[in-house]
Design a protein around this ligand. Structure first.
Ligand code: FAD
Length: 333
């Protein structure tokens, strides 16, 4: 269940994931923590790897690029990595897929600009083992709260609650100084549900992180491809950026697997098509959707607080995540 809660009025709009049943066989939110996902991926990679060869080389830092031929040439791409040996070692491969994060070394080595902007204020993240009972009763597993003082996202995790507050530029200093600002904000936002004392004694952990909205203008240079945060970063609201990275990675893996049969001459074209498609999606879906969220516009709200009738189809069109899942399932049946 996804809930939009307007405070202090208490007006709410609920969206059951069951509404996606006709589009996906997975109409639910799956919170797959990174340590589980990594373990599953490693197990699978090890199964696929020929015996005796490691699926992942740990502790290797890419330092430099060597030969980076055009995609239609037969030579491999070369990289220099630093591991335990005192000197960098050369590795060669048919493709280099750079998933080295927001500060990507590969992006810098390719001299690709990362265009966009940083947001003026960081996001404040609070972790609480429990919330006041009267507040918890108001929240679904994922709730987006709008209040005149600012927005708040509440996410129920397996073991705790994660609350995301977005201080304005003027509020950053007190918000980061200590936890009093956060407690006071929670007291104000939920004042119609509980006394301030209900928040005072609750143990709370907190951290903060800065966010930006940036992307590269091309995904491919020669035999090197960029995916994930190396290619795009956005507001983390809704997990769009990370999920987008997972999907483009999955699609790239499938593209490579599909085109690796025979003499592999079709692969460069298939990979180029992947790079163009996902760059276009980055602009038209990922960046467009997160700009909309940042502007504070609520795609769910109709003129009188009703669910906009075109919501489901619009969301499905915009969120290529769901489009892709739906398309895959159609293909599979
Ligand atoms: C505090 C915080 C909270 C966040 N919350 C959310 C959220 O709620 N929802 C959401 O969707 N997203 C969130 N994000 C963003 C999310 O974590 C990223 O979108 C996601 O991790 C990107 O994955 P990635 O694999 O592309 O890059 P990363 O996870 O950054 O992984 C890059 C990897 O490359 C390695 N690397 C870097 N340089 C080199 C090199 N030269 N050689 C070899 N390896 C290298 C790094 O060590 C790292 O392991 C958050 C990020 C932060 C920092």
């Amino acid at each position: 269940m996804l809930r939009h809660l307007e405070l202090p009025s208490g007006q709410r709009r609920d969206h059951s994931f069951a509404g996606l049943k006709s589009h996906t066989q997975h109409p639910f939110r799956l919170h797959l923590e990174q340590h589980w996902l990594c373990q599953l991926l490693l197990e699978r990679l090890n199964q696929l790897q020929p015996a005796g060869q490691p699926a992942v080389l740990w502790g290797q830092e890419l330092m430099a690029l060597g030969n980076n031929p055009a995609p239609n040439r037969r030579e491999p791409i070369e990289v220099w990595v630093m591991g335990k040996a005192p000197q960098p070692q050369k590795l060669t491969a048919r493709w280099l897929v750079a998933a080295d994060g927001a500060h990507s070394t590969v992006r810098q080595l390719l001299q690709l600009p990362f265009e966009g902007h940083d947001l003026p204020a960081p996001v404040l993240r609070l972790m609480l083992a429990r919330l006041p009972e009267a507040v918890e009763e108001q929240l679904a597993g994922l709730t987006y709260i709008r209040h005149p003082l600012g927005t708040l996202s509440a996410l129920r995790m397996r073991a705790d609650w994660r609350l995301i507050l977005r201080p304005t530029a003027a509020e950053v200093e007190p918000a980061l100084a200590d936890e009093q600002w956060a407690r006071q904000r929670l007291i104000q936002i939920f004042s119609s549900y509980c006394e301030s004392s209900a928040w005072q004694s609750l143990p709370m952990a907190r951290d903060h992180y800065r966010i930006g909205q940036r992307c590269v203008s091309v995904r491919q240079k020669g035999r090197c491809l960029l995916i994930g945060d190396a290619a795009h970063i956005t507001n983390t609201r809704g997990g769009l950026n990370m999920n987008f990275g997972l999907l483009e990675g999955l699609d790239l893996a499938e593209t490579l697997a599909r085109s690796s049969h025979g003499d592999g001459t079709d692969q460069p074209l298939a990979v180029e098509a992947w790079a163009v498609l996902w760059q276009e999606r980055t602009h038209s879906v990922l960046m467009a959707r997160t700009s909309q969220l940042l502007n504070g516009s609520n795609p769910l709200a109709g003129g009188h607080g009703e669910l906009r009738p075109d919501y489901a189809s619009k969301l499905l069109r915009q969120a290529c995540l769901l489009d892709l899942i739906a398309a895959r399932e159609r293909d599979a049946t």
